[in-house]
Write a protein that binds this ligand. Structure first.
Ligand code: AMP
Ligand code: MG
Length: 485
């Protein structure tokens, strides 16, 4: 079924621990992602659902699979933890897709490992469904992300605040190398393994720079740009990751580790979802600063690998970090302007217009996603305010916006289509995810399947599924989300 071609498990033994998945009592398949499987060149036809469940619950090991738990460290809410690692996940192995691209196949929720600390290594059903929906949702919205290949029930009960059914997710990722993986070796002053890791990551993800004179610096720049592209993409969609610790930031620039995350309904610059993020470290707009801070942690590891004088090296990393900051603002502005119909001839004063718009959304507590979509309806329409109340704030923005849009000299339809191609109608709304989970806990997975299907076409009208585009009713608003532990 898989042609495993493992490389991480050939790295020195300090990189991982070999662990067998726990034997779960009664695996049952919830979902198999056939489209993803096909894309990866996985032939699953010869397996029944029962066999797929056995395989993706870790009961049946496929030939060539060498399960390992990866070690890493990380800054959690700014505090350095020298050893974290896969406490509830196992890398089954790597496969090559038909184009030769390499992917990790990982089980999440598969039992204890040497890195589990007090944890049980298991996952309750809710967080598994949430990760499935959000990761696949982000993918269909067009962002780089780890994907979900399968979700299974284990037939086991896991105990959190209450007894819950257990589940396992099969995650597919370009790799599971995190900023925290670099921090692990750097903090131990293990320069040799740090170098091995950097060389491995470069060869696997950025082979085009491996012969550069200062390959580690180029690696820093590549990771930086990938992260900037990712987080500006999140912000344009109103997505808040919620736990941007350095152990949750992949050097590939994929979204990874969906715990207390969420898409904003009502817009607020300082919106936070995570129940444990009491100081708003990972709030919507802080994601800018945190991305750069996380990158500075990576830089401080890579500095150890430089041949040049330390001061010189530090200076060049700092300069690069500053450029990444500038790039972040440019990319974010450009993505946001596209959302309000300024398609590519940006002007400095557009910043003001953007702020006026976001300020208006915030002040009137408007729904982030729908507001952009509704604004597109006004491109052609110069008398009606449509969805928006004719408040002074709206009128003031509208006058400036309308003039600016017109000045582009483009056809109204082209502007509207441009906007609609970056402003989704359907996002994985938290209250809908909660509804899906509540039904699943009653044994009904129809909503889960339906929601995934709707989110496959997030930019297209699907009239039958209007419910999925509506903001929550006041009693349905999800104020906080929780870690998947
Ligand atoms: P997270 O913040 O969810 O990415 O997890 C941070 C650390 O906690 C990682 O090392 C995880 O492997 C570990 N962890 C989370 N949940 C569990 C669990 N149920 N059992 C063991 N370790 C866990
Ligand atoms: Mg994590």
């Amino acid at each position: 079924m898989f042609n495993f071609d493992n490389t991480y498990s050939r790295l020195p033994e300090q990189f991982y621990a070999r662990v067998a998945p726990a034997k779960v009592p009664e695996p049952a398949l919830i979902k198999w992602n056939e489209d993803l499987a096909r894309g990866l060149g996985i032939q699953s036809e010869q397996f029944t659902d029962r066999e797929l469940a056995e395989i993706f619950a870790g009961r049946k090991l496929l030939p060539g699979s060498e399960p390992i738990a990866l070690v890493y460290a990380g800054h959690q809410f700014g505090q350095f933890v020298p050893r974290l690692g896969d406490g509830r996940a196992l890398l089954l192995g790597e496969i090559l897709d038909p184009s030769g691209k390499r992917f990790d196949i990982q089980l999440k929720g598969s039992g204890r490992t040497p890195f589990s600390r007090q944890g049980d290594g298991k996952a309750p059903l809710g967080p598994i469904l949430r990760e499935y929906i959000v990761s696949e949702g982000l993918h269909h919205l067009g962002l780089p992300t780890t994907r979900s290949l399968a979700a299974v029930r284990t037939g086991e009960t896991v105990y959190r605040e209450k007894a819950l059914p257990g589940a396992i997710l099969t995650r597919v990722a370009a790799s599971h190398i995190r900023i925290g993986t670099f921090e692990y070796f750097a903090a131990r002053n293990d320069r040799e393994n740090l170098k091995t890791l950097a060389d491995y990551a470069i060869q696997r993800h950025y082979p085009e720079i491996q012969d550069e004179a200062d390959a580690y610096f180029h690696f820093f720049r590549k990771v930086g740009r990938a992260q900037v592209e990712l987080v500006t993409g999140w912000m344009a969609l109103g997505f808040i990751h919620g736990v941007m610790n350095t152990d949750n930031m992949s050097v590939t620039g994929e979204s990874i580790d969906f715990g207390p995350c969420g898409f904003m309904d009502q817009f607020r610059f300082d919106r936070v979802f995570s129940s444990i993020d009491r100081f708003g470290r990972y709030s919507y707009s802080n994601q800018v600063q945190i991305t750069l801070w996380n990158l500075s942690r990576l830089g401080s590891c890579l500095i150890h690998l430089a041949d040049r004088g330390t001061e010189d090296t530090i200076e060049s990393y700092n300069t690069e970090l500053e450029s990444l900051g500038t790039l972040f603002n440019q990319r974010l502005t450009s993505k946001m302007l596209k959302k309000i119909g300024i398609l590519n001839d940006e002007k400095p004063e557009d910043q003001g217009l953007l702020h006026q718009w976001l300020g208006y959304l915030e002040k009137h507590a408007l729904d982030y996603t729908l507001s952009f979509r509704n604004l597109a309806e006004l491109v052609k329409n110069d008398s009606d305010s449509g969805f928006f109340e004719k408040t002074d704030d709206f009128q003031a923005f509208y006058r400036n916006w309308e003039k600016r849009i017109r000045a582009q000299g483009r056809h109204a339809d082209a502007i509207r289509e441009g906007m609609n191609s970056v402003n989704p109608l359907y996002i994985p709304r938290n209250h809908m995810i909660e509804r899906v989970i509540a039904a699943a806990l009653e044994g009904d997975f129809d909503l889960f399947h339906e929601m995934n299907a709707v989110l496959e076409k997030p930019y297209e009208e699907q009239e039958r599924f209007n419910e999925y585009r509506s903001p929550p009713e006041p009693h349905e608003v999800v104020r906080t989300t929780f870690c998947g532990t």
